[in-house]
Ligand binder design. Structure first.
Ligand SMILES: Nc1ncnc2c1ncn2[C@@H]1O[C@H](COP(=O)(O)OP(=O)(O)O)[C@@H](O)[C@H]1O
Ligand SMILES: [Mg+2]
Length: 226
C-alpha cells in the first residue's frame, strides 16, 4: 500500500508545494540516530521533571513540618477517618474554597496532622502552617518582621498545646477576620475545649468552624513498649 498522502484538490501552487514538503518530511524514514536522540531528549525531560518534583517536595516539607508530609505529597497515604473528613470539607469540586473552617478533635496518633497536610496540598489558596504559639506572633505581633505570616488558610496544628497566655485573644482575632479560614487539630475533647477556653472564643468557633471528632486509636507504628 502506498504511504503517499495526496494533496487536496483546489490547493494553490504555493500551498501544494508546502504540503508536499511537509509530507515528504513526515514520511522520511526514521534513522537510528533519530530514535537515539529522542530517547536522550526524553531522559533529559524526565530528569528535569524529577528535579522539579523533588524541589516541590522539599518546599512542601518545609511549609508543612510534620512527620509523613512526604507520604502525603507522594499520595502514599491510606484512607483514614481524619482524611475523609478533610476530603469532605474540601468538597468534590477541585478549586472550590470551603465556606467554613474545620477543627479535628481526637486522641493522639489518629491521623489529624496527616489530614491537615493533605488539606494543605489540595487547598486552592495559600496556607500558613502554624503551631499555636506561632499563631500568637502571626496575629498579634505581625509588625515584627520575624513573625510568621498569615495566609487565606491558617492551619493550627495541636490547639491546646499553647503556652502563651494571649493565645485565645489571637484565635478570636483570627476568627473575626473574614479573609481567613481556620483549619485546626486538637487532642482536646469537646468537654475539654469547653473547660479550657472562654465563651468569646467558643462562640466564634461555633460560628465559623465545623468540628469533627476523629475516632479510633493511634495509627503510629510501634517499635518499643512504653
Ligand atoms: N492517612 C494515613 N496513612 C498512613 N499512615 C498514617 C495516616 N495517618 C496517620 N498515619 C500514621 O500515624 C502517624 C500519626 O499520625 P498524625 O497525623 O501525626 O497523628 P495525630 O496528629 O492525630 O497525632 C503518622 O506519622 C503515620 O505514621
Ligand atoms: Mg498531630
Amino acid at each position: 500500500m502506498s504511504r503517499e498522502i495526496l494533496p487536496a484538490d483546489g490547493m494553490s501552487e504555493r500551498m501544494r508545494a508546502r504540503w508536499l514538503e511537509v509530507q515528504s518530511e513526515r514520511l522520511r524514514p526514521q534513522l537510528p540516530e533519530d530514535y537515539a536522540r529522542s530517547e536522550a531528549e526524553q531522559q533529559l525531560h524526565a530528569s528535569a521533571a524529577e528535579r522539579a518534583r523533588s524541589r516541590e517536595l522539599d518546599a512542601f516539607k518545609t511549609s508543612v513540618p510534620v512527620v509523613g508530609a512526604d507520604m502525603v505529597f507522594r499520595g502514599e497515604h491510606r484512607h483514614t477517618a481524619a482524611l475523609g473528613s478533610v476530603a469532605e470539607w474540601l468538597g468534590p469540586q477541585p478549586g472550590a474554597v470551603p465556606e467554613t473552617g474545620l477543627v479535628l478533635r481526637g486522641s493522639v496518633g489518629t491521623g489529624k496532622s496527616i489530614a491537615l497536610a493533605f488539606a494543605c496540598l489540595h487547598y486552592p489558596g495559600g496556607f500558613a502552617w502554624l503551631r499555636p504559639d506561632d499563631l500568637v506572633s502571626a496575629v498579634l505581633h505581625s509588625y515584627d518582621e520575624s513573625a510568621p505570616r498569615l495566609a487565606p488558610l491558617v492551619v493550627v496544628d495541636d490547639i491546646g498545646r499553647e503556652t502563651k497566655s494571649t493565645f485565645q485573644e489571637a484565635l478570636c482575632a483570627l476568627l473575626d477576620d473574614p479573609a481567613r479560614t481556620l483549619l485546626a487539630s486538637t487532642n482536646l475533647t469537646k468537654a475539654g475545649m469547653r473547660a479550657r477556653y472562654d465563651g468569646r472564643l467558643l462562640d466564634r468557633l461555633c460560628a465559623r468552624c465545623i468540628a469533627f471528632d476523629v475516632p479510633g486509636e493511634s495509627l503510629r507504628q510501634r517499635v518499643g513498649d512504653f
